[in-house]
Design a protein around this ligand. Structure first.
Ligand code: FMN
Length: 330
């Protein structure tokens, strides 16, 4: 009897702790601030059997970027570890729109979390076509994320051009009733300007940001290590860069932000939330710790309790109360 009481007490505490992490990302109600980053999780099904991994710890999954036709991607090697991060040049290798509809849609409904469709492509028309082909199935998804960070045919990402970005966002907005997320390019003269353009073109949420372009060299061969020569840098190495971008955009727009770039622990997550993110994306950390989401969930609850104690509060404040609470010096 006593142990039953103890068990139900613990379950109650866990439920209370989970309540602290609930938040709204625009119109989306998330049970956790954690959004799985596109391209680092496949379609989620591989994780169904990973020990200790729970979809309960996840607010949403952004699917691997899909293009109108299947793509083989770039030549190998496509991934290389670097100091504090990794470079990837996957090149949008994916199964294409038709296979996503036929093979993945039914399974995705059973994962018990929000599913975010992510569309990519080399040219603006490719992105719009992929979105168009999937628009009939939009009720299967909680939101669509438009990745304007893919390098265009001339090597520059679509998202570096504000006019082209506005055209893509406006076109896709017309096709979708569900929330529209735009995933911005980090290496741009003014991310604030393009963020404003996206907001005015109808974006509901912004993901800030994507990988930074980079290179690694094999000094004996005197050749780049990646088959594609260059790749996108992700992981802890980019965290301070992404953090500054998130804060700058937070001050300039009124739509919510998903932070993406090098988040590996609860402290990282809190930094981004205080800087202005409403949700945090986990990507590279999943490559070396399949249980990173559980670790972050527990760490966030511990932080909220600790912070309440330090401030003499009877109850911890919910995570959403911390969004954008950064106080600048001077
Ligand atoms: C292997 C790999 C594949 C990725 N593929 C995509 C993709 O298809 N679409 C996209 O929008 N972002 C893609 N990304 C970018 C991630 O979603 C994320 O924005 C980026 O890695 C930064 O976060 P992180 O440091 O937590 O990994 C990819 C990243 C990696 C490492």
């Amino acid at each position: 009897m006593k142990s039953d009481k103890k068990a139900s007490g613990k379950a109650g505490q866990r439920a209370q702790a989970k309540e602290l992490l609930r938040l709204n990302l625009g119109k989306l109600s998330l049970k956790s601030p954690i959004v799985i980053a596109s391209g680092t999780f496949g379609y989620g099904d591989e994780y169904l059997h990973v020990r200790g991994f729970s979809f309960d710890d996840i607010g949403a999954i952004a699917l691997k970027g899909v293009t109108i036709r299947p793509r083989a991607g770039n030549p190998a090697p496509r991934i290389v570890e670097t100091t504090g991060g990794m470079l990837n040049s996957i090149g949008l290798s994916n199964i294409g729109v038709n296979a996503l509809i036929e093979e993945k849609l039914p399974m995705l409904q059973d994962l018990g979390t929000h599913i975010i469709l992510n569309v990519g492509g080399d040219r603006p028309e490719d992105l719009i076509d992929a979105a168009k082909a999937l628009s009939y199935y939009q009720n299967y998804f909680s939101a669509i994320e438009v990745n304007v960070s893919c390098p265009n045919l001339d090597g520059t990402p679509i998202g570096q051009n504000t006019g082209t970005t506005a055209r893509v966002v406006t076109s896709i907005r017309k096709l979708y009733r569900i929330p529209l997320i735009v995933k911005l390019v980090p290496n741009i003269a003014s991310i604030v300007e393009v963020a404003g353009v996206c907001e005015r073109a109808g974006a509901d949420i912004l993901t800030i940001a994507n990988t930074f372009p980079g290179m690694a060299i094999d000094v004996f061969k005197r050749r780049p290590i990646l088959g594609n020569n260059t790749g996108g840098l992700s992981g802890p190495a980019i965290k301070p860069l992404a953090l500054l971008l998130v804060h700058r955009v937070y001050r300039a727009v009124s739509i919510p932000i998903i932070a993406s770039g090098g988040i590996t622990c609860a402290r990282d997550a809190m930094e981004f939330i205080i800087a202005g993110a409403s949700a945090i994306s986990i990507g590279t950390a999943l490559f070396y710790d399949a249980n990173v989401c559980k670790r972050i969930t527990e760490g966030l609850v511990d932080f909220l309790n600790e912070d309440a104690k330090m401030n003499g509060l009877e109850q911890p404040r919910p995570l959403k109360d911390y969004v954008g609470t950064l106080v600048l010096n001077g």
